[in-house]
Every structure is written in C-alpha cells, then in structure tokens.
Design a protein around this ligand. Structure first.
Ligand SMILES: *[C@@H]1O[C@H](CO)[C@@H](O)[C@H](O)[C@H]1NC(C)=O
Length: 122
C-alpha cells in the first residue's frame, strides 16, 4: 500500500469518526424537527389535541400514538420542538399540555404487552 493511500484511509477514518461524533451530539442535545413532522403530528393527532377536545386519549395502537413514538425516536425533546414550531393560530387551536402528555402517554411501556413502536414513515 502506498503511503498516499494510507494517508487517504486515515483521513477517511478520522472523517467518519468526526461524523459519528457529530451524530451523537446532535442526537443528544439539539432538537431539530421539521414542519413536515409537525404537520404530520397535527394531521394524525389533531383530533385528540384540539384545545376543544374533551380529554379523550388515543389508544396506544392508534396512528397518533405511533406517530408520537416515531417522532420521539428521533430524540427526547422532539415533541417540545414540534410545539415550538406551532404558529400562533395553531397554538390556539391545539393544546400543548395535551401534546406533552401524549408524548409521555404514548411512549410509556404497557405493562401487559410492549407494543413495538410502529415504523411510520414521516
Ligand atoms: C389543555 O389541557 C389541559 C389538560 O387537560 C387543561 O387543563 C387545559 O385547560 C387545556 N387548555 C386549553 C386551552 O384548553
């Protein structure tokens, strides 16, 4: 192997290490969510998180809960991030308290059977 190739491989290894470190860091602390994720949550959970809704929760097998679990699998603060993205009109229409509650409720393990979090493409 030529010294040049060794340098190139070393460079790639270092680059890969930096990239994975970066993923770990961003997975840990910076919560970035997109409008698309927000709209998806509003679309499938809208019914339950309406400010006017009378405290009705989705079953854990509901697409809403599945979407919440998928969202949360991207990081602990994802639901808060989605709430932060709500426009003024949306924050009046939906209840952020309920959204945060759903985050805990839907990601809770059932003591009877652990539902595998459904893989919903967002
Ligand atoms: C949001 O939900 C919480 C918990 O159910 C309730 O106490 C609060 O009054 C609701 N807020 C609005 C604006 O409906």
């Amino acid at each position: 192997m030529s010294p040049n190739k060794k340098v190139a491989i070393l460079f790639l290894v270092v680059l890969a290490a930096i990239c994975s470190l970066d993923t770990v860091i961003s997975g840990c602390c910076s919560k970035t969510c997109t409008d698309k994720q927000k709209n998806y949550i509003l679309q499938v959970c809208g019914h339950y998180i309406m400010a006017s809704n009378t405290r009705r929760l989705p079953p854990k097998s509901d697409p809403c809960c599945a979407a919440v679990r998928t969202l949360q699998s991207h990081g602990e603060g994802m639901m808060q991030c989605v709430i932060d993205l709500l426009t003024h009109a949306e924050s009046e229409q939906y209840n952020a308290t309920v959204m945060l509650y759903l985050k805990r409720y839907c990601t809770q393990r059932s003591s009877l059977f652990a539902l595998p979090s459904a893989e919903v493409m967002v």
